[in-house]
Design a binder for this molecule. Structure first.
Ligand code: C5P
Length: 230
């Protein structure tokens, strides 16, 4: 006889959500994390926090030697902010206000294109699964650009969100943010290492004309089906 599924016997699930800027990743991954008691990991915030730290250290993305020296000096840790992971640099959480400045918006994709910087973040990002387990979460929902392709190619679920650029610009403006999302997407999609692209086999969702509730319902249905079958 099959034993009943309990919280302890349910599988630890990894959900990867990739997509361009303002495609709906953050809102949907937050809701999925609440619905299923998963740790929410916004890897864009990690790239932003590193960018803020590197800018503070006087590093420019065009000067690889300085970037590498500054990177080596940054001690990375993770704190919990509610159910979201927050990067700590040298024991200090990097505040949201510091990672959403126009200076960071303008520089982040340039730093993110540096293979050595991406390599430095790889183990840190995979290690978020251990952070989630250690804090008793039932899984992990990680959003970014290369989660389903590079960080967790074997994730239980891989979603790729996209939307019309005009609609995405409208969303950012509604949030009161000035952000050159088209330019960031251009840089993110054209870089050599881990470019922004829908991973082969991922579920692609166009969020231009459907609301957040519908996007989340699609994802949640798939996750619930897997949990029910466990
Ligand atoms: O998600 P968000 O727009 O905050 O990400 C900021 C930037 O971080 C992206 O434009 C991209 O350059 C970089 N990024 C990345 N890979 C990820 C997450 C973010 O290159 N997995």
């Amino acid at each position: 006889m099959t034993p009943p599924v309990t919280a302890a016997s349910a599988p630890f699930l990894i959900v990867a959500i990739d997509g361009g800027a303002a495609s709906g990743k953050s809102s949907s991954s937050r809701l999925i994390s609440e619905r299923f008691n998963f740790l929410h990991v916004d890897t864009g915030s990690f790239y932003r926090a590193l960018t803020a730290g590197l800018l503070r250290a006087g590093a420019a993305p065009t000067d690889l030697a300085t970037v590498q020296t500054a990177l080596a000096a940054l001690r990375l840790g993770t704190a919990l902010n509610g159910r979201s992971a927050q990067m700590e640099i040298s024991g200090q959480p990097v505040a949201d206000a510091e990672i959403r400045t126009s200076a960071v918006n303008a520089a982040v994709s340039h730093f993110a294109a540096i293979p050595q910087l991406r390599a430095a973040l790889l183990a840190y990002q995979r290690g978020q699964a251990d952070v989630a387990r250690a804090h008793g979460f039932c899984g992990l929902v990680m959003e970014g650009r290369d989660i389903g392709s590079v960080i967790f190619p074997d994730a239980d679920f891989r979603f790729f969100l996209h939307a019309d650029p005009v609609e995405r610009a409208r969303r950012r403006a509604n949030e009161g943010q000035q952000d050159s999302i088209v330019e960031r997407d251009r840089l993110d999609s054209s870089r050599k290492t881990a470019p922004l692209a829908c991973p082969v086999g991922a579920t692609s969702i166009d969020t231009t004309h459907i609301g957040l509730a519908q996007v989340v319902a699609l994802m949640a249905a798939a996750i619930a089906t897997k949990l029910a079958a466990a």
